[in-house]
Unconditional design. Structure first.
Length: 224
């Protein structure tokens, strides 16, 4: 038993070393690599928690120095619509309350299928029409995944705002208009989505990091 514990400890230390932040890399690049490895299942949730504790302070310092602040009036992420247009708001609220401390962020692909992620907007707009997806607040692009239409989460963008360690997630985008490291202002276009027969759908969430945990931020209370 003792021998098994030693072997596990050595394996954990080795895997953390492999994905540990490099001293010469900038915080954004390190975070992007971390996110890639997390979603690919190359690191466990325990390893992810350890690394996030190292990476978030560096990300916070680096982006705070750019003067990025939280804009008090958050913008609804789908252009032309408001929070009142979300047809599944009750389900999102319920899953938010159920999952506020269980976001699955560190559980690899499992995060991408959480019920609180999907915003649905019913509309009479013709199917296959496009609309812009915009930055809900100021931030820096810390992760971009393009060419992934048929994979879980699809084309993806993460923004980071250091004010309260906000991580703003956009998934299932049709096209992406930003690149890693870009600074965006609230309302700037970051990509677009295409409507289906029932309307538009966007994977969206705002997470806050603190005390080693990623928890949900209720953005509905901050935007029209």
């Amino acid at each position: 038993m003792k021998k098994n514990l030693v072997i596990f400890a050595l394996f954990f230390a080795a895997s953390v070393f492999v994905f540990a932040p490099k001293a010469s890399a900038d915080g954004v690049s390190e975070w992007s690599d971390f996110e890639n490895n997390l979603r690919k299942g190359n690191i466990t949730s325990a390893e992810g928690k350890f690394l996030a504790d190292k990476l978030v302070p560096k990300l916070h310092k680096e982006i705070s120095e750019k003067g990025i602040k939280e804009v008090p009036d958050w913008i609804f992420p789908v252009a032309g619509f408001k929070a009142a247009n979300v047809s599944n708001a009750k389900k999102i609220f319920k899953s938010m309350s159920d999952s506020v401390s269980d976001t699955k962020f560190l559980d690899g692909m499992e995060f991408l299928v959480q019920p609180y992620l999907r915003i649905s907007i019913s509309t009479r707009t013709a199917a296959k029409s496009m609309t812009d997806v915009v930055a809900a607040n100021d931030g820096v692009v810390i992760y971009v995944k393009k060419g992934a239409l048929n994979s879980p989460g699809g084309n993806t963008v993460w923004l980071y705002n250091p004010e309260q360690n906000f991580f703003i997630y956009y998934g299932m985008l049709k096209n992406i208009s930003v690149n890693l490291g870009d600074t965006v202002a609230a309302g700037d276009v970051i990509g677009n989505i295409r409507s289906g027969k029932k309307g538009y759908e966007l994977n969206f969430a705002v997470l806050m990091y603190g005390d080693g945990e990623f928890t949900l931020f209720n953005y509905f209370d901050e935007m029209e």
